[in-house]
Write a protein that binds this ligand. Structure first.
Ligand code: ZN
Length: 448
């Protein structure tokens, strides 16, 4: 960094701090330690957003392997890192967050096996996002849309078809798939410098999207700064995040893993964006990932807030009510583990086989927390073409194999690990010829 740059960013920092609520301003002076570049992890001792400490413990799920580091079938099990997985609450800004930040180079290796284009619900969601954003923002043909964490370009393809200019930012190999599909994609981790470079090379963006990545990045303040840099004066930032309230309601503790550093409510995301001069003017719940929240924000005072914002805020628990919901959540998580054991025990005791169905990231948390090893699950099946086939589920030697194996073998039971879309998966497998019974592990373990 040159001297001028440093002075400029210092000025920006000071300006930012002068706009923050007093309490946070004081706390933010302590620079948080970063895991990026350490090859390891750092403990989060103060709130990632407002700096408050100490944070209140909510739930400890144990030591977990990185969910997307999968060993090849046949590889001899060898030493593997695992990280404490603890959920914490900031009593000041209400942000629910993880107690550990792991180096993104470990969590998102170049061969990161996740693609958003393979899930129908995500494809539909992004098509709907395009229509909604178009209506709310009013996009012109030359307007630029930038997607941060653009994955295989599924979201941007909708805007490209609409005739808009698009740019993806995606550090993993899957970004190349997008480039091959004609969606220009920069293969970098998003940082404020990237925001500045892109603004000078491509111009300001009318819309910046961050779908299911906004909770993944450490250094959240520089990231939001970078987003503000990218935005045109009248530009709009659209974020989609897994929604804390749905997580609690439907017991989705399996979405707690190290990629997800923060679990946003509208209260906590609004607080964060306001620290950067952004105002939330529209918000709504969407069905992706078992319940997410889509939030639109623009520079303060630019757009009148839609009633949806106040309505959602009023429906969220805060302070004592939130603490109570979190305590109940913990109790229910523990009981669900024990009931799942009881159900699986009755199946295994008569000698039945159980195959897992699909291996999303969340399956890793479920399998490791509940302790589903290769003695319980024979294998997990994934749709042909999945990058996870030929590997073991993290932390186990349960192999991931092609879906056709399920129809050939006809095990007595199939445990749906993507249980949040069980309604979509079960009829499809039935149609393809699976004759066994389905087990849904959460929120209440049950046989369909
Ligand atoms: Zn906080």
């Amino acid at each position: 960094m040159t001297g001028t740059h440093r002075r400029m960013s210092l000025r920006k920092d000071l300006k930012l701090r002068s706009e923050m609520p007093g309490d946070s301003r004081r706390k933010m002076n302590q620079t948080a330690e970063r895991a990026a570049g350490t090859g390891s992890s750092v403990v989060i001792e103060s709130c990632q957003v407002c700096g408050h400490s100490p944070l209140d413990p909510v739930l400890f799920l144990g030591y977990m392997p990185p969910v997307n580091q999968m060993r090849r079938i046949g590889e001899i099990p060898r030493e593997q890192p695992s990280y404490p997985t603890q959920l914490l609450l900031c009593p000041s800004c209400q942000l629910v967050q993880l107690g550990l930040s792991v180096d993104p180079a470990i969590l998102f290796p170049p061969d990161y096996p996740y693609t958003s284009g393979t899930t129908r619900m995500l494809r539909e969601n992004f098509a709907q996002l395009k229509q909604e954003a178009d209506r709310i923002v009013g996009l012109g043909p030359s307007d630029l849309v930038i997607d941060i964490g653009s994955n295989d370009g599924t979201l941007l393809s909708n805007f490209l078809q609409g005739g808009h200019r698009v740019l993806g930012i995606e550090p993993t190999d899957v970004g190349e798939t997008a480039n091959e599909r004609g969606i220009e994609t920069l293969r970098v981790f998003f940082r404020p410098e990237v925001g500045e470079q892109v603004r000078s090379s491509h111009g300001p963006a009318k819309v910046v999207t961050a779908a299911n990545v906004f909770a993944h990045m450490e250094d959240v303040h520089p990231i939001v700064d970078g987003i503000v840099t990218l935005l045109d004066e009248g530009g709009v930032f659209v974020s989609e995040s897994h929604y804390l309230i749905s997580l609690l309601k439907t017991l989705q503790y399996d979405t707690i893993y190290h990629e997800h550093l923060r679990y946003y409510s509208l209260h906590s995301i609004k607080y964060l964006l306001e620290m950067h001069g952004l105002e939330v003017f529209f918000a709504r719940e969407i069905p992706t990932h078992g319940g997410s929240i889509r939030v639109y924000a623009a520079r303060r005072g630019l757009r009148a807030p839609h009633p949806s914002v106040a309505e959602l805020l009023a429906a969220e628990p805060v302070d004592g009510a939130l603490r109570q919901s979190l305590a109940d959540f913990r109790k229910r998580v523990v009981l669900s583990k024990l009931s799942l054991h009881a159900l699986l025990s009755s199946v295994k005791s008569v000698g039945d086989r159980i195959f897992g169905v699909s291996a999303p990231s969340r399956a890793s948390t479920l399998v490791n927390y509940v302790g589903l090893d290769d003695g319980i699950l024979d294998c997990v099946v994934e749709i042909k073409g999945s990058l996870k086939i030929g590997k073991y589920l993290p932390g186990t030697i349960v192999p991931v194999v092609e879906e056709s194996y399920l129809f050939e073998e006809q095990p007595e039971h199939a445990l749906i690990l993507s249980w949040h879309i069980a309604e979509e998966i079960a009829p499809k497998l039935r149609e393809k010829g699976f004759r066994g019974r389905f087990i849904v592990p959460l929120p209440e373990p049950r046989i369909l």
